[in-house]
Design a protein around this ligand. Structure first.
Ligand code: PXP
Length: 262
């Protein structure tokens, strides 16, 4: 099994989500653009892992994409999946490095949009046990909420991914008060999560403008970024978009500014 950490302890890993390469491919059918080719390019550009979400409706990534990602890429695969029997069987068959359980239906979500790990305990527990027994590293995509962090520990999940959507929306709105509040919430959750033994990741909606302050949070081990990078690739190419994101993350983590000034 591929190991996720090629970086020094304390460094921040970048998982590149390639879902929306498949979205563009599926708009016409056929094979172009190929998400597996994007995964190879992401590896060359400095990504530490590849993330793909096999949705129940297969709107972007397909089962064949997962087969090929498992066979052809050297980076660890983080499979995003709903907590369903179908997805569990697929994960157990493929044994990706990690499985990130995400909500796909409204009733599985908290008001902030993350997985309701607290409310879904009885449903999630046997799935998390089976994934863990198969040596798949389980992560739960949750709101930056201490109740959800406690629930992740009770479920035996070693990793959580904090939902950065509310913070990213505040950045898009230019609402300084909301930016400060959401950033504080993320920082507090990362600190609390690490203090109770969780490995803490973050992602959703991150861009060149919003990544710096998140990357500065020292307890975060990994960011997962997709839509913006694939969109930016239209203008600057995927390699360049990933390299710039990587550099912003590294500069923020090193204590120099990771905020875009241009
Ligand atoms: N993390 C999780 C759990 C996600 O579901 C997604 C979106 O698929 C991302 C990160 C990446 O979000 P974005 O595509 O907005 O960068």
């Amino acid at each position: 099994m591929a190991e996720m950490s090629f970086r020094a302890p304390g460094a921040l890993r970048l998982g590149v989500n390639i879902d929306h390469v498949a979205t563009i491919r599926n708009a016409r059918g056929g094979e172009h653009p190929d998400p597996v080719r994007a995964a190879h390019q992401a590896a060359d550009a400095g990504a530490d892992g590849i993330t793909a979400h096999l949705r129940e409706d297969r709107r972007h990534i397909s089962d064949a994409d997962i087969d090929r990602l498992m066979d052809e890429i050297s980076l660890p695969l983080n499979l995003e999946m709903a907590a369903t029997e179908e997805m569990l069987a697929i994960a157990l068959r493929h044994k990706p490095h990690a499985a990130c359980i995400v909500p796909e239906r409204r009733e599985e979500r908290t008001t902030e949009g993350g997985l309701d790990a607290a409310g879904g305990h009885n449903h999630l527990l046997p799935m998390i046990r089976q994934l863990t027994d198969t040596e798949i590293r389980v992560s739960l995509f949750i709101a930056a909420d201490p109740r959800q962090l406690d629930a992740a520990v009770q479920l035996g999940a070693p990793v959580v991914e904090l939902h950065t959507g509310p913070y990213c929306e505040a950045v898009i709105d230019g609402n300084e008060e909301a930016i400060a509040r959401e950033l504080r919430t993320l920082k507090d959750a990362a600190t609390y999560g690490a203090s109770i033994g969780l490995e803490v990741h973050a992602g959703h909606g991150l861009t060149f403008d919003s990544v710096g302050p998140v990357a500065e949070i020292p307890e975060l081990a990994e960011l997962n970024i997709g839509h913006f990078l694939i969109g930016e690739a239209i203008f600057s190419g995927l390699d360049s978009a990933i390299r710039r994101m990587r550099s912003l993350m590294d500069r923020a983590r090193a204590g120099t500014s990771g905020r875009e000034t241009a």
